[in-house]
Design a protein around this ligand. Structure first.
Ligand SMILES: [Zn+2]
Length: 67
């Protein structure tokens, strides 16, 4: 049985049992292989400043205040 799903970014075959992700961006169906999913996660971490200790400490303090 051939798996019809391919990674939305790089086109490699998707294997959900190997940790690949299948879901939706809004109403658009998407699939990500583990490498592209990892890269997407890294991009969000960098773009949101989640790799900056000072920013994380501020955010933790904010979350505790608003808990
Ligand atoms: Zn991919």
């Amino acid at each position: 049985m051939k798996n019809e799903l391919e990674c939305t970014i790089c086109g490699s075959d998707i294997d959900e049992e190997a940790g690949d992700i299948v879901g939706y961006f809004g109403i658009s169906p998407v699939s990500f292989c583990v490498w592209c999913h990892s890269s997407l996660t890294d991009m969000v971490i960098q773009m949101q400043g989640f790799d900056d200790i000072e920013m994380l400490e501020e955010r933790i303090a904010y979350l505790k205040e608003n808990d």
